[in-house]
Design a protein around this ligand. Structure first.
Ligand code: ADP
Ligand code: ZN
Length: 362
């Protein structure tokens, strides 16, 4: 037998910056003119964001003599699928986008995840920039390089780890964001505080009303803190081999609810319910004070997010069926994120499906 070894030790630097300010969007074309990331730009966005910002961005690019096209898909989580990815890829191929293309993922989490996934596989991978326009995408999905699509089996079940070259957060986008979408983003911000930073949780309790009124200085501070927490976790465990799982607090049940309802519930609502069950379970297993459960739920409730799902809508049994498809289940054991206290999450492999069922049935 002959053996040919193929030694491929990976040594890559995937570092990038997250820029946060008002007005960055209008400067993007000039910025790329100075420091190009490709010879052509595929701006991928959804139908809502496309209408408000997409055409303007293409114009900005053209004014700077940059080659750019806008590719849009119907807005909503239901578009986060393999068919839409294929459609976008076909559009790009038709427009003769080559390997020297840079993708601009413009929009909420859906646009970011789909466009990032397109970039990850188009011609075996081309660079992309995240330009998140929803609060949720700004503080969560645009950072960390998780890209992908949903299937009828489970959320985000097909995808890749593929880091952007840059994340550009322009606070002005929030002016047009629907109010309920603001709550979705705040749910992830509260999650970041709950898993990692007690002081930040207190800060949120104190300032939540002004944030809802779009106080930009407060939002800038909050978004920065939230990005720092997410980035610090991702830096320690880019490919989610361990520690990064704490970012899934509230998400095992949350994702199962979303899948069971065929994505007919917002992510913020689903994870608020997931976090409330996770906190209850943390208390029941003796890790978390009851008072902390109440504080968590009060803050979530304050921004209009639910604590539980009415059982006539969806039975716990059904939710658990979907939880089985979750990537967090390894060897029949569920890796569940619990809280020891506000600001301190940990991964438990002791939680059984039955524990979760009982909590949901209470
Ligand atoms: P998420 O960002 O919560 O993951 P989506 O990408 O579906 O989910 O975005 C939520 C909704 O908000 C979509 O309908 C999207 O078109 C819309 N949206 C995102 N950003 C803005 C914005 N800045 N202004 C108006 N609508 C926006
Ligand atoms: Zn989430």
């Amino acid at each position: 037998m002959e053996t040919v070894g193929v030694q491929l030790k990976e040594e890559t630097d995937n570092s990038y910056d997250i820029l946060i300010d008002g007005g960055l969007f209008n400067n993007l074309a000039a910025e790329l003119k100075n420091k190009p990331l490709g010879n052509a730009y595929a701006i991928i966005t959804d139908s809502n964001v496309g209408k408000i910002y997409g055409k303007k961005l293409v114009k900005n690019f053209q004014n700077k003599n940059l080659h750019a096209h806008l590719i849009t898909f119907p807005a909503g989580e239901k578009s986060k699928n393999r068919k839409i990815k294929e459609k976008i890829e076909n559009d790009m191929l038709k427009l003769a986008f080559g390997r020297d293309t840079c993708v601009i993922a413009l929009g909420g989490g859906v646009a970011g995840d789909v466009a990032g996934f397109v970039a990850a596989t188009y011609m075996r991978g081309i660079p992309y920039i995240q330009v998140p326009t929803s609060l949720l995408a700004m503080v969560d999905s645009s950072i960390g390089g998780k890209v992908g699509v949903d299937t009828e089996y489970a959320k985000n079940s097909i995808g890749a780890f593929y880091q952007p070259k840059k994340v550009i957060i322009d606070l002005n986008f929030l002016k047009t964001l629907p109010k309920e979408e603001l709550a979705n983003g705040l749910a992830e911000i509260i999650k970041h505080a709950l898993i990692k930073n007690k002081d930040f949780f207190h800060f949120l309790e104190k300032n939540i009303d002004d944030m809802l009124k779009l106080d930009f200085e407060l939002l800038k501070k909050t978004i920065k803190k939230s990005c720092e927490i997410k980035a610090s976790v991702v830096m320690q465990d880019e490919k989610e081999k361990g520690m990064r799982r704490i970012l899934n607090y509230g998400h095992t049940i949350g994702h199962a609810i979303e899948s069971a309802l065929n994505y007919g519930i917002s992510h913020g609502n689903a994870i608020a319910i997931g976090m409330s069950y996770a906190a209850k379970l943390s208390a029941k297993l003796g890790f978390l004070h009851e008072g902390s459960v109440i504080r968590q739920n009060n803050l979530l409730g304050h921004i209009g997010l639910p604590h539980r799902l009415s059982h006539h809508k969806l039975k716990p049994k059904k939710i658990l069926e979907y939880a089985q498809y979750d990537k967090k289940i390894i060897n029949g054991r569920i890796n569940f994120i619990l809280l020891k206290s506000i600001g301190d999450a940990f991964i438990s492999d002791k939680v059984t499906i039955d524990d979760i069922k009982k909590i949901m049935e209470e």
